[in-house]
Design a protein around this ligand. Structure first.
Ligand code: ZN
Length: 651
């Protein structure tokens, strides 16, 4: 396993990596069976995220599959077509997975025309078109018309966010209509409010607004039936009674679409802490909807990393201590922090919105009242972050953007430990901390809510990393770990992450906004005392931290303010903070970062190939073993998924 190849290929702005599952073969058969069935359920919902991202995505995927089959690999445009094809596959649709802007092909309309001529009329009809001309026209509009469905998630507050978003959550509605629709649904006095709109598409027919609910018998019925089929099989071989109950509740929810059942499921899922294997499967995160109502479908199957989890448990066990020592206003501290659990896991199967670009940490459930009354389950993905780390050590990014040898050495020594610890603190005590003032609505910050929330969790982690408590709890062996983390955070927030933004554009992505917000705020507030200093060496800019203690202080001050904004639902302050620090980019720095980064030839985004799980059946068709394979290429895997897990169609 020492020679495991973490990075498999690179194209456009993407790197394709692989992750390992340690000790899989030693698992007992029943656990392997459980994993296998959950993994099939994880792959079965793939079409849902494609359709949620855009109503034409599944159709486009079929077109690209067909065209790829007929284009000669000697054709001059073949490589350009293949790159576009792979980019679309990577993004689960024709909008960039991160920027959400439409992906532009490098081939020409004329080349496309030539390739379409190689399709038979039957193939064209199967794509829902009467003629090659018709197909060409439709594809040209989709691929080459800059105004047509330009952006999946519009974040520009000056525009109608719904009208200008190309996602498939709303049909023929304006932002005002959507906001009014859900405002009327909300009952302020309900102490256990369901997340209205989480699992439906909103449409307008003859002035009548209707919800198309995603459940068996409703929208996405075919894919959801498959998911339920595999979940039911998983329930037969799960590890304990609680898991069985959890899976049955999830199936009930998928069958009815009832959000109350989803909340019940979420609470029971939260309570299940005994098993070694766990999963996420459902409509979970709302980043794909600029208004934050609609959830994209995602799945993750995972196994606990016992050794790392013991370390993280120390943080969970001390959750109350963190809360009591948090620099936020006393009235915004939670009196009793409940059920904050922290698990370090190894991913086994990524599905839906978690694939191929994977999260590094997850904290669920999302419903605020459940978090307050029952706590949340928090995981960090050890083998995924390990794969990133292994792939990045050779990239040269640290050497380029760190100021001197000391900073580089510090990173090589403590970078991985520091980043793990920050993720643990962010996911566990960060998101789980704090409370709202009475009467404040959870959606009061509207489009700024998620940036503020991520900033809050990041700041909580940054603040406590510098606490002596870290030594006392034996979470670090040396306080230099915090220096490695502070260096990395400032380096990234002020410079490195800009490599992902087009020159001239604003920052739109939530996590990038929050990182720049935090980094720019402390840079500005610490300017007088030169807490962070901008240096110049051989014509290159660097940001160097002079005073770590003062920087910690500034993180604490900002945490207090960000918590106040959330607790009081101060929309105006959230807007001012995000717009002032998190959105606009310093043009000169941006240009410089782009130039320096491009010389390194490292693609800024990464995603993963899943391992292939092959069932071994006996003569009676009974599953007797599961074999793990790492040999599939990116395109092999994507095409296999296109073929074997294609249950929805928008032809
Ligand atoms: Zn977070």
């Amino acid at each position: 396993m020492n020679n495991f190849q973490y990075q498999v290929e690179q194209f456009a702005d993407l790197r394709i990596l692989r992750y390992q599952i340690p000790n899989f073969s030693e698992l007992p058969l029943q656990k392997k069976q459980y994993i296998y069935y959950l993994s099939e359920a994880a792959l079965s919902g793939r079409d849902i995220i494609w359709d949620q991202n855009n109503a034409k995505n599944l159709w486009l995927r079929s077109c690209l599959d067909s065209l790829y089959g007929v284009i000669n690999s000697n054709d001059k445009g073949f490589e350009k077509f293949e790159t576009y094809y792979k980019r679309v596959l990577f993004s689960n649709g024709f909008h960039h997975h991160y920027s959400t802007e439409k992906i532009k092909p490098d081939f020409t309309e004329a080349q496309l025309k030539g390739w379409i001529q190689a399709l038979t009329i039957d193939e064209i009809r199967q794509l829902g078109e009467k003629s090659g001309e018709g197909l060409l026209g439709a594809l040209i509009e989709l691929m080459f018309d800059n105004l047509y469905m330009a952006k999946r998630v519009c974040q520009d507050e000056d525009k109608d966010l719904i009208v200008h978003s190309a996602n498939n959550f709303y049909k023929e509605l304006t932002q005002q209509e959507v906001e009014d629709f859900y405002k009327n649904k909300q009952d302020e006095s309900d102490l256990q409010p369901v997340s209205h709109g989480l699992n439906s598409r909103l449409t307008k027919n003859n002035e009548q607004i209707e919800e198309e609910v995603w459940h068996v018998g409703g929208k996405y019925s075919k894919a959801i039936q498959k998911i339920v089929y595999w979940l039911r099989k998983a329930a037969e071989v799960c590890e304990n009674k609680q898991q069985e109950q959890v899976i049955n509740l999830l199936c009930d929810y998928y069958e009815t679409g009832d959000l109350k059942t989803f909340d019940t499921y979420s609470i029971e899922w939260l309570k299940e802490q005994e098993g070694e294997i766990d999963f996420i499967n459902g409509f979970i995160e709302v980043y794909g909807d600029p208004l934050g109502f609609k959830a994209t479908w995602e799945s993750l199957v995972n196994v606990t990393d016992q050794k790392e989890t013991q370390k993280a448990a120390i943080i969970s066990d001390n959750a109350q201590w963190f809360e009591d020592h948090s620099p936020v206003m006393v009235e915004h501290r939670r009196k009793e922090v409940k059920g904050v659990s922290m698990k370090v896991i190894n991913a086994i199967m990524l599905g839906g919105d978690c694939y191929p670009a994977s999260p590094l940490g997850i904290n669920l459930p999302n419903a605020e009242w459940i978090r307050e009354q029952h706590g949340s389950k928090s995981v960090s993905l050890q083998n995924i972050s390990h794969a990133y780390e292994m792939a990045s050590l050779s990239s040269g990014v640290i050497e380029e953007f760190a100021f001197d040898e000391t900073e580089i050495a510090l990173h090589k020594k403590y970078g991985a430990i520091a980043d793990n610890l920050h993720t643990h603190l962010h996911e566990c005590v960060g998101h789980g901390s704090g409370m709202l003032e009475v009467g404040v609505r959870t959606d009061a910050l509207k489009a700024y809510g998620s940036v503020i929330e991520e900033a809050r969790a990041d700041l909580f982690g940054l603040y406590f990393m510098a606490d002596e408590k870290m030594l006392e709890l034996k979470l670090v062996s040396h306080m230099d770990v915090l220096k490695a983390q502070y260096n990395a955070y400032i380096r990234n927030g002020l410079m490195v992450q800009l490599a992902r933004v087009n020159v001239g554009a604003n920052i739109e992505q939530t996590h990038m906004r929050n990182r720049q917000l935090v980094a720019c705020w402390v840079l500005e507030k610490g300017q007088e005392n030169k807490v962070i200093e901008r240096m110049n060496k051989a014509g290159k800019s660097y940001f160097v931290i002079n005073d770590y203690a003062q920087l910690r202080n500034l993180f604490g001050q900002l945490l207090k303010e960000v918590q106040r904004i959330k607790s009081q639902g101060d929309y105006a302050a959230a807007k001012a903070l995000v717009e002032h620090y998190g959105v606009k980019v310093d043009q000169a720095i941006h240009q410089e970062v782009k130039e320096r980064y491009s010389q390194l030839n490292v693609a800024p985004y990464s995603g993963f190939i899943n391992p292939k799980l092959s069932p071994i059946m006996d003569a009676d068709g009974k599953l007797v073993d599961v074999e793990l394979g790492y040999n599939e290429s990116f395109l092999d895997q994507m095409q296999r998924y296109n073929r074997d897990y294609s249950f929805e169609s928008n032809l």
